[in-house]
Design a protein around this ligand. Structure first.
Ligand code: ZN
Length: 362
């Protein structure tokens, strides 16, 4: 008898688990695989430094193009960028890629900082850049001559924002880090591996780095002070652990947009119904991004390395597609979750239309 009761409880719980997704009716495999091909896609955040022969057929399969996002970094050797590699790759594969330039605050006190930055940006916009990226070195790494970390709302940067506003060029802003960076490392957190490998960004252990709140508040002020500048907050605006925080800003700042790159694990950590409601409400302001890319030229790689790289990419894009489109139970970045089962209309906006509008691609 006891066994029968347990059996019945098990059946009921399976039915009740299954009944929620079934309501959404977007989960049948055939339906999804048709849409996987028919929905156009733009990966708004990628780092393919080098051309790949396989990428053209892989992207064709996925009906995808991507934006090559440059990053200006600074270490003891000076400033490093990958713009030249991205430019060559985009010029070699104009059907696959769009370009995003980048800006860093090093030397902000020098009298020629603004004219030089403007000259560089004008040149790269002429070469095809449709957006300019600012990175987390604003706020966390780069200091001015007085030894203060340069926050993104620093008034010395204003002529640059004015230029971009006039040119209608938006900014991609990766400002700050996930909140985890300011906490003791938690092996269950999706960012555990990153801060293990990159302790220089684990702010919890580096007391000189300003607080999460200081950096996010400066970022918010900058967005508010530049209502005519379109700002795409990368990585869900460094608030990926809580979609309510993202929603609060999207409500407050009409010029703010977000993209998803490398933060699917944080979404998977939250209740899928809640995340789905977030996508429904802000369906015109969320863009698909992955942060996928490469860092070695094709000619130094073996055939099997290239094959593996291609298969990894295909599997990774597939994992993100399944999370957004299906209602299956999934594991995303080691987080157990349910797919969001977004309707085709929202998938089309998130994967393609919002980015096409934002970057004026049509
Ligand atoms: Zn990136």
């Amino acid at each position: 008898m006891k066994n029968i009761i347990y059996f019945l409880i098990a059946i009921i719980s399976i039915i009740s688990c299954k009944s929620k997704p079934a309501k959404k009716s977007f989960s049948n495999d055939q339906f999804l695989s048709v849409n996987k091909q028919t929905i156009k896609k733009i990966d708004v955040h990628s780092h393919y430094r080098y051309s790949r022969e396989y990428l053209s057929s892989l992207y064709k399969k996925w009906n995808m193009q991507s934006v090559l996002v440059d990053v200006s970094k600074e270490d003891s050797t000076g400033i490093t960028r990958s713009w030249d590699s991205y430019l060559v790759n985009a010029q070699t594969n104009p059907d696959l890629f769009f370009l995003c330039s980048s800006l860093i605050g090093s030397g902000i006190d020098l009298p020629d900082f603004v004219p030089r930055a403007i000259e560089q940006l004008n040149q790269e916009i002429d070469s095809g850049a449709r957006m300019v990226k600012v990175w987390k070195n604003f706020g966390m790494v780069t200091k001015d001559a007085t030894g203060n970390f340069i926050q993104i709302d620093d008034t010395r940067l204003q002529p640059i924002w004015d230029l971009l506003k006039n040119l209608g060029i938006p900014v991609m802003a990766h400002i700050g880090e996930p909140e985890q960076a300011w906490r003791e490392l938690d092996p269950a957190n999706p960012h555990f591996g990153y801060y293990k490998r990159n302790p220089q960004y684990h702010a919890y252990k580096i007391s000189a780095i300003p607080s999460y709140e200081t950096i996010i508040t400066a970022r918010d002020r900058w967005i508010e002070n530049n209502p005519d500048l379109k700002i795409l907050c990368a990585h869900l605006g460094s608030m990926s652990h809580n979609v309510d925080m993202v929603a609060e800003r999207l409500d407050k700042f009409p010029n703010m947009y977000v993209e998803l790159a490398a933060r699917f694990g944080d979404l998977a950590n939250q209740d899928s119904e809640k995340v789905r409601a977030f996508f429904e409400k802000y369906q015109d302001r969320i863009m698909f991004g992955s942060d996928y890319g490469n860092s070695r030229p094709e000619d130094v790689m073996t055939d099997s390395e290239l094959y593996e790289e291609k298969m990894d990419l295909d599997t990774s894009y597939d994992g993100l597609w399944k999370y957004l489109s299906s209602t299956d139970s999934l594991v995303v970045r080691r987080q157990k979750t349910m797919g969001l089962g977004l309707p085709v209309g929202i998938l089309h906006k998130v994967y393609f239309q919002n980015t096409a509008n934002f970057l004026k691609l049509e």
